[in-house]
Design a protein around this ligand. Structure first.
Ligand SMILES: [Fe+2]
Length: 341
């Protein structure tokens, strides 16, 4: 009788901790650059399904990498998450990640967009697109990144500062495809065409195009998704005033970066880490990202989310993808020379 009652107590404790963790399961420690609401939802679902609690440390990717380096074997981190393939490559070069072999991950992720040895895997695509003012820019008038550097666009373009990762990896992709000289020319052309010195984030550029300050802006597509689905009517109106272009569709494809995750070299809970990486690419989680943060599914299965489905399929620039990290320092130098603040 007593035994049965104790068993019941234990069962109810497990039930009560459903959103927390099964008793005894080691928590999974994640160092993450991502800081979106949707990630909390994904992590809570992981705990619900596996009973493994998730503990997240949020910081900039560079800081997390430095922290992993200085903590060494004592690091509590099991998983590193960033939104930049280049940063993941740097973490590999610094010996901070361990290779993972997983049929699930290999099947779910494009071979061109992941580390060849499995040190990290992508789980969302982040397309660097262009938005144009619906009324003022004709269909087909902007097709490629190169269009924004043309003289007829003088004073009509907006972009955020070159110091952030998004423009650095875009320029790195141009260096990979066209070489340094052409990339510098492009950066010079765009810098010359800017309607104002770079300020604010991608969303601010979209809003400024909607407000008539310029006719085109470089932005990650999910920021437009956020505006279109915002609880704020003004933001929805701004989103509706622009049209999204996926550049370079008749050429090498649109530059995309990825959200990516890898298991740390000194992970204490590598098995839970592998489960987590596999969970991130499951259709259920891919759908949560597509509908919650408007990033593209890593599989490009557009049936997964309303907004990304509406934008339609597009070609991804895969050729130079694995060189983004190696070229990012050159990109920074070229931006400086081009006068793109
Ligand atoms: Fe972002």
């Amino acid at each position: 009788m007593r035994l049965i009652r104790n068993k019941w107590v234990l069962m109810s404790a497990v039930g009560f901790c459903g959103a927390g963790a099964i008793l005894g399961a080691e928590p999974l420690h994640i160092y993450s650059h991502r800081h979106y609401e949707v990630d909390q939802k994904v992590n809570a679902l992981f705990t619900e399904k596996t009973g493994i609690a998730v503990k997240v440390v949020n910081a900039e990717a560079d800081q997390l990498i430095e922290r992993l380096k200085s903590e060494g074997a004592d690091s509590p981190a099991d998983v590193l998450v960033t939104v930049d393939a280049g940063r993941m490559q740097r973490a590999v070069e610094d010996g901070l990640l361990q290779p993972v072999k997983s049929g699930v991950l290999e099947k779910a992720t494009p071979v061109a967009l992941r580390d060849a040895q499995g040190h990290w895997y992508p789980f969302t695509l982040r397309a660097r697109g262009i938005v144009v003012a619906k009324g003022r820019v004709k269909e087909g008038e902007v097709k490629d990144y190169a269009d924004l550097a043309k003289p007829e666009w003088r004073g009509r373009v907006l972009a955020r500062s070159s110091t952030g990762g998004y423009n650095q990896s875009l320029l790195a992709s141009i260096i990979a495809a066209e070489g340094e000289k052409a990339a510098e020319q492009w950066a010079k052309g765009v810098a010359r065409n800017l309607a104002r010195p770079p300020q604010g984030g991608d969303r601010d550029q979209i809003k400024a195009v909607a407000a008539g300050l310029a006719d085109a802006a470089i932005t990650n597509s999910y920021y437009l998704g956020m505006l279109l689905n915002s609880p704020d009517a003004g933001e929805r109106k701004a989103g509706a005033a622009v049209r999204l272009v996926f550049p370079n569709q008749s050429g090498r494809g649109t530059h995309c970066n990825v959200s990516a995750a890898g298991i740390t070299k000194h992970a204490k809970n590598a098995e839970a880490g592998r489960k987590y990486l596999e969970f991130l690419v499951s259709p259920e989680v891919q759908n949560i990202y597509a509908e919650g943060s408007f990033e593209h599914p890593v599989s490009m299965d557009l049936s997964l989310g309303g907004q990304v489905g509406k934008w339609g399929a597009f070609k991804v620039d895969e050729a130079g993808f694995l060189r983004l990290g190696e070229l990012s320092a050159t990109a920074t130098r070229l931006f400086d020379r081009a006068g793109w603040k």
